[in-house]
Design a binder for this molecule. Structure first.
Ligand code: F6R
Length: 316
């Protein structure tokens, strides 16, 4: 199997990932906490995006850097997520969280982080190895949503995706054709930002191209001005959800007219699914599929990320 075929089979197995992921981390026990701190880079930062979007009763802070915020103490819950378990930023944050006596849960397939957690008696969600981190999205995210008691009916979610497989393949192929060789600008509500961000990551890492994302209403207060002075060949995707705030829906309509008025193609992407999390996950999967088709069109390997690997090595 070449990498394109491997990638395709991972995409087709995604509904199974969801079912398998729902079995992970069931033994994790939490003590009370007053804030959640999500640590993880790149593909392993995605669980944090989902948790931030879905958890409503506790503040969620994302850390994609080397330094924990000053408020982290024994009352905070810190998730240290690294698929390889070897990402230096996340390992640094883990050590800081230990020093501050925070409650820590590690998510890793192995590596140094899993080893440290084992030695330190820290709870670990062990995810299956052998995937690219961004493709292990379900394994890394679903256990966390369950641990935090904000998950959904995963069987129903998986069945929905399975039932949408053929249509999603067709739809994504068409969206990829609409994009062509242009640069995607992806917008969504803040609630659906995890999907917009995953699309960006997918275009970057799978299709090896630039892509940018932002969210309503924030970008209406700055980025929208960029359309007055276009300096690239863009296609705008607007991810829409039935439960978007009414003013966001209004803004999406108005902004579409403004952008189209500047001669830029705007493609609405309505989310699909029986509940909010499933709609978010389906939209994320759609983005995976689009990037697969774009990678095929560009003739690039959708799986390996040699530039990221080389960068990590040259920092040793
Ligand atoms: C590669 C990918 C990257 C990694 C990131 C952090 O597929 O998605 O963005 O996720 O370099 O590595 P891990 O996930 O191993 O901590």
């Amino acid at each position: 199997m070449d990498n394109k075929e491997k990638f395709l089979s991972i995409l087709e197995r995604f509904p199974k990932h969801i079912q398998e992921a729902a079995q992970l981390g069931t033994e994790i026990k939490l003590k009370p906490f007053d804030k959640i701190v999500m640590c993880g880079m790149g593909g392993s930062g995605l669980p944090g995006e989902l948790v931030k979007s879905v958890v409503k009763d506790v503040p969620v802070i994302l850390v994609k850097d080397y330094t924990l915020p000053g408020f982290v103490n024994e009352h905070k819950l810190v998730f240290a997520v690294s698929y390889s378990g070897n990402t230096e930023e996340t390992i640094d944050l883990y050590h800081q969280a230990r020093t501050r006596k925070a409650q820590i849960v590690v998510v890793a397939s192995g590596g140094e982080l899993a080893e440290l957690a084992r030695k330190d008696g820290v709870q670990v969600v062990t995810v299956p190895p052998g995937l690219q981190p961004r493709m292990a999205f379900a394994y890394q995210t679903i256990p966390l949503l369950d641990i935090l008691k904000v998950g959904c009916d995963w069987q129903r979610c998986a069945h929905f995706l399975e039932s949408e497989m053929e249509q999603t393949k067709r739809e994504s192929h068409k969206l990829a054709q609409n994009l062509g060789k242009r640069i995607p600008l992806i917008y969504s509500s803040a609630r659906f930002f995890p999907a917009a961000y995953k699309w960006k990551i997918d275009f970057n890492e799978n299709a090896k191209m630039h892509a940018f994302c932002n969210y309503f209403p924030e970008f209406n207060h700055n980025e929208i001005n960029g359309y007055d002075n276009l300096n690239g060949d863009y296609v705008v995707f607007i991810i829409k959800d039935t439960d978007d705030h009414p003013r966001i829906k209004k803004r999406m309509e108005v902004v579409t007219k403004i952008i189209e008025g500047k001669g830029v193609c705007v493609i609405p992407v309505p989310s699909k699914g029986p509940d909010m999390i499933t709609r978010l996950i389906w939209t994320i999967w759609l983005g995976d599929w689009i990037s697969y088709h774009v990678a095929a069109e560009l003739g690039v390997d959708p799986l390996d990320v040699p530039v990221i690997e080389a960068l990590k090595k040259s920092l040793d």
